[in-house]
Every structure is written in C-alpha cells, then in structure tokens.
Design a protein around this ligand. Structure first.
Ligand SMILES: Nc1ncnc2c1ncn2[C@@H]1O[C@H](COP(=O)(O)OP(=O)(O)O)[C@@H](O)[C@H]1O
Ligand SMILES: [Mg+2]
Length: 271
C-alpha cells in the first residue's frame, strides 16, 4: 500500500491562543476512504484546512502525494480537491457556468475546459441538468455540483468536509454512492468528515477519531469495534465514538462568531 497523505506533528494555534490541532500525525493510503470523526470543535475542519493549504500550520507539516505542503503549497494543491462544509455554488448561475467559473482557476484551453466540465458532470450524474440554474436543483444535486467543482482539475485526493450535513437520508445515501464511485472508478483517495457514524462505518476503510485536537484512535471500523467489545457487547461505531470522546455534551457552536451567524440566519428565516 502506498502512502498518499502523511501528517507529521501537525499543529495549529489560532490567534487568541486556541490550540485547535495538537501534534497530529497519521497516514492515509492511496485509494482508501478515510474518515475523520470527532465532536464539534474537535479540530476536523482545521486539519482539513491545513492539509489543503488553506491555513499554514503553527508547527509540523504534511505531504500530499509526496509534496510538502509547507514548502510547495501550490503543487500540493494541484493534487487535491476540496469541498467545504458550506455550499460554494452560485444559485443564480447554471451548473455549467458554475463549473466554468471553477475551471477558470486553472490554466486550461477552451477545449480542455469543455471536456473537463463534461467529464465531471458525468461523474456526479448531472449532465442532463447542466444548462439549468442551480436554484432549480434539489439539495443533493447542489452538493453533487459542489463536488464536481472540486474535481475539475482532476485531483487524486478529494477532501469532503461534512458532505451530507443537513441532507435527508435518501440524499445522504445518494451522495455516498457517488463518493464510492469516485473511489472505485476513478481510483481517488477520499478524506471525509461526517457526524453520521453508521454511514462512516459502512463507507470508510479506516477511521480516525479526534477530540480537542488530538487523535484518540485510528483503525478499520471493525477493529475499532472489536477493541471495545469487553466494555460494550455488540458495539456500534457510536459506542466507539463515545468511548473515545466521552459522554459530556459539546457546544453546538464552536465560536462566538459562528453562533452569532447562526442566530442571524434564524432571525432572517423568521423575518
Ligand atoms: N478562525 C478561527 N479562529 C479562532 N478559532 C477557531 C477558528 N476556527 C476554528 N476555531 C476553533 O478551533 C477549534 C477547532 O475548530 P474546527 O476545526 O472548526 O472543529 P470541527 O471542524 O471539528 O468542528 C474550535 O475550538 C474552534 O472554536
Ligand atoms: Mg467542522
């Protein structure tokens, strides 16, 4: 098995002194679906931001397909696609135009742009809806388009931060089906976070559980369950999660700014 991501002592201290990621080391194998699970505020999104070079580490580094992210951020970025937990597609544009905007970030010829767009539309099964405005899409279609935007430069590794958050169960299944196809057909490596334990259990080859910036355990879903069998009979991945992260409740909103934004969204929705 070939290592495609290697994190070495990754550490991120935000301004104000919050230690979000604390000396994290792990490897991801080429072609695997790697799940990164943890409670709210555990450091999942920050780890993804570091690995995708959107943030620089305070200490430590990582390699993406052998490329050091601190020394060669631009080259590393060409190897990876990133789909944020927030939808990035423009409602007022068509699916095709959203993809064309995204393709504009890479030095591609017109023909290449056209071919790449056709290729990614096919990957997420949106070819027939490409000329329609995104505002006419369902939640699942929007997310699929968002994923397609992350694929336009043909990355080897796809980072998906909470790709199914807020979607209904049917749509979640549909998204996971596409994720699985990307791995099977396109031999991509997938690094994902999710709050849905049963879905992580059935989808991921290996899972890391992170809490307060520290990786608590990392193994295959079955080995993770096996390891706590003496404590819980017939454990599920939920049990594994609780075992490593404790039973106390976590704040839903990890920062004042986020809770402020959420309150405002609620007010707008009511108003
Ligand atoms: N831009 C930021 N500035 C300061 N603190 C942040 C920022 N983003 C996240 N944090 C803090 O870092 C910690 C980890 O956050 P995050 O990586 O978003 O966790 P997760 O994705 O697991 O919910 C939390 O305590 C959060 O409040
Ligand atoms: Mg997050």
């Amino acid at each position: 098995m070939r290592t495609i991501i290697e994190a070495q002592g990754l550490t991120k201290v935000y301004k104000g002194g919050i230690l979000a990621v604390d000396n994290v080391s792990f490897t991801v194998n080429e072609g695997e679906i790697f799940g990164f699970l943890g409670p709210n505020g555990a450091g999942k999104s920050t780890t993804i931001a570091l690995l995708t070079t959107l943030l620089s580490p305070t200490k430590g580094t990582a390699t993406i397909n052998g490329i050091d992210i601190t020394k060669h951020a631009y080259q590393a970025r060409l190897e990876l696609g990133f789909v944020s937990q927030d939808l990035a597609v423009e409602d007022a544009l068509t699916g095709y135009d959203n993809l064309r905007l995204q393709a504009g970030f890479y030095h591609l010829t017109r023909t290449e742009v056209h071919d790449r767009i056709a290729e990614v539309l096919k990957m997420v099964d949106l070819t027939g809806r490409a000329k329609d405005k995104v505002e006419t899409y369902s939640g699942g279609m929007r997310k699929r388009l968002d994923i397609a935007c992350g694929l336009i430069h043909r990355p080897r590794i796809l980072f998906l931060d909470e790709p199914t958050l807020g979607l209904d169960i049917q749509t979640r299944r549909e998204i996971w089906k596409y994720v699985n196809t990307l791995r099977e057909k396109n031999k991509m490596t997938i690094f994902l976070t999710t709050h849905y334990m049963d879905e992580a259990d059935s989808l991921c080859d290996r899972i890391a559980i992170i809490d307060r910036g520290v990786i608590k355990t990392l193994d295959t879903p079955s080995a993770l369950k096996e390891a706590i069998k003496n404590e819980v009979p017939n454990p599920t991945l939920d049990d594994v999660f609780l075992h490593y992260t404790g039973k106390e409740m976590r704040e839903d909103f990890t920062s004042k700014e986020e809770s402020f934004k959420a309150r405002n969204n609620i007010r707008r929705a009511r108003g």
